[in-house]
Design a protein around this ligand. Structure first.
Ligand SMILES: Nc1nc2c(ncn2[C@@H]2O[C@H](COP(=O)(O)OP(=O)(O)O)[C@@H](O)[C@H]2O)c(=O)[nH]1
Ligand SMILES: [Mg+2]
Ligand SMILES: [Zn+2]
Length: 382
């Protein structure tokens, strides 16, 4: 940012990085009267913003609103925007800085997209060591953040309630890539949480992701030093029957930590359908490609072929989840992207192009299966 060091240092406290600052500067040339701010909460008719000094409400200028809608897009928490005051001192969001990255999921039908958060450096994937513990779900979350190029720290909460904590941390570490890590802690214990501070670098933006009731808001409060104050994130007791908390956190929200990092707490995601395509998913599990060099068949699909090196090396549930995610993104990316939202709510008409695509894919799958069966027969005959 040019010329206003005070404002810059204020913005750095809410996650302004050099790359974002350059993007802000480029955009600001078209809006000389506007100033930068960050979206901390998205509301029905506007957004809550923070400029590094204070939070305030703003409405979205109609032109920006229309431009976003035309792209089936919307403001998301973490977005950087330019905001200008009108003659009545009402704040208007006049433009959005192109996001550096965004965590985006598909809706449960695989049609529309929803941006969960934009411009993040890293994610805490929060899992409870109680009934919530589920390695296949964790594989899905890992794929989700890797596909967006976002680093992951797996935080296993409720270590105070679990036996075999070390074994579970080890099982998680088996699934991680270099640069990712896993820790277990008790989110209710300040000493236990304090060990995380050294990982939250100044100026970094972290998002907390995970099911409802795992302790995301508890962790946010502890890390941001919110205590029981008015800014504290509401936490909710877990229901005894299924260990899930109620959905207390309705909006995503942004908080600073003493080490100068920003945390974005999110509500529990009931479904997490990956937003990317097959290539992105494959690169999220690129250890497959390395191992595949050792498979007996060059075109091994790592399913039931004999001599499969991936099947030997990977935990079976991880491989099963990988195949499931592959099927899911293949199916989803056959649908034309970026269709206006309203269209998805209608039932697909008989014989629509989507159905035709699905049918063609199904036929291709059958053909591939019978090819595989023939390859098997041939292999047995050797
Ligand atoms: N025993 C124990 N309880 C926890 C821990 N972390 C969170 N909780 C409790 O779990 C419940 C849900 O926590 P909350 O932060 O609201 O979960 P969120 O839905 O992920 O934001 C609350 O009653 C917390 O007090 C932990 O590490 N140990
Ligand atoms: Mg919460
Ligand atoms: Zn194989």
């Amino acid at each position: 940012m040019s010329g206003e060091p005070d404002r810059d240092s204020a913005l750095q406290s809410i996650g302004l990085t050099p790359a974002v600052a350059r993007a802000v500067d480029a955009l600001a040339q078209a809006h000389p009267a506007a100033r930068p701010a960050r979206v901390v909460e998205v509301q029905r008719s506007g957004a809550r913003l923070h400029d590094g000094r204070a939070a305030f409400g703003a409405r979205v200028a109609p032109r920006l609103q229309q431009a976003l809608q035309a792209d089936d897009d919307a403001l998301a928490v973490g977005d950087w925007v330019l905001v200008a005051d009108d003659a009545h001192r009402d704040a208007w969001v006049v433009d959005r800085v192109p996001p550096i990255n965004r965590l985006e999921r598909r809706d449960a039908l695989g049609h529309g997209r929803q941006v969960i958060v934009a411009n993040v450096d890293a994610a805490m994937l929060v899992c409870g060591l109680d009934h919530d513990f589920n390695l296949r779900r964790l594989d899905r979350y890992l794929a989700f953040v890797r596909m967006a190029g976002v680093g992951a720290l797996v935080v296993l909460t409720k270590a105070d309630l679990a036996a075999d904590v070390d074994a579970r941390v080890a099982a998680v570490r088996q699934r991680l890539r270099p640069g990712e890590d896993a820790v277990a802690l008790n989110a209710l214990d300040a000493g236990s949480v304090a060990a995380l501070h050294s990982r939250l670098g100044a100026g970094q933006t972290w998002v907390l992701l995970g099911s409802s009731g795992v302790g995301k808001s508890t962790l946010t409060n502890a890390l941001a030093g919110l205590g029981d104050g008015a800014d504290a994130q509401a936490t909710s007791p877990v229901r005894a029957d299924d260990s899930r908390g109620r959905h207390t956190t309705t909006a995503r929200s942004l908080h600073g930590t003493p080490s100068g990092a920003c945390l974005i707490d999110t509500p529990g995601l009931r479904t997490l359908r990956l937003g990317g395509d097959e290539d992105a998913l494959r690169s999220a599990f690129d250890d497959v490609e390395v191992l595949a060099a050792g498979c007996r068949f060059r075109d091994c699909r790592h399913q039931d072929e004999p001599g499969c090196a991936v099947r030997t090396a990977w935990p079976p549930d991880r491989l099963a989840q990988y195949h499931k995610l592959l099927r899911e993104v293949r199916r989803d990316s056959m649908r034309p992207p970026g269709r206006p939202k309203g269209e998805y709510r209608r039932a697909e008409p008989e014989g629509s192009s989507v159905r035709a695509l699905e049918h063609r894919a199904q036929v291709q799958q059958w053909k591939a299966r019978s090819r595989l069966a023939r390859a098997h027969a041939a292999a047995k005959g050797r």
